[in-house]
Write a new protein. Structure first.
Length: 117
């Protein structure tokens, strides 16, 4: 989903101009960000919950050099989908008869083009 998508949905469902609906979309995103910053949490019923999660200081490996690197403690935002969103997404995946992507590869292993030669 993008800001343009939100702008288009707002414009189609109201009598607002494109500029006004774009401003409303920007204001919604800003309000959500402000709530997360202020309280560490934002919940939208039937959609899900965004929560701030602290990350611990850790040691990682530089992928280029293999050298150990210290990573500072920080924070990230975690999203947990509501049960109704999970159910709708699963029903949509079944209806479209597309496999649910688990693990990021999106399917079975395929050789790279240079491996075929």
């Amino acid at each position: 989903m993008s800001k343009k998508f939100l702008t288009d949905v707002i414009q189609q469902s109201t009598e607002m101009t494109g500029v006004a609906s774009g401003q409303l979309a920007a204001d919604l995103v800003a309000a959500i960000k402000a709530e997360i910053v202020e309280t560490g949490r934002f919940s939208l019923p039937d959609f899900g919950t965004f929560t701030v999660r602290e990350t611990a200081k850790r040691t990682a490996l530089n992928p280029r050099t293999g050298e150990k690197v210290q990573v500072k403690a920080g924070a990230t935002v975690k999203f947990k989908a509501s049960p109704s969103l999970k159910e709708a997404a699963f029903a949509g995946a079944k209806k479209a008869k597309r496999p649910c992507q688990v693990g990021g590869s999106g399917g079975a292993w395929q050789p790279a083009p240079h491996e075929l030669a």
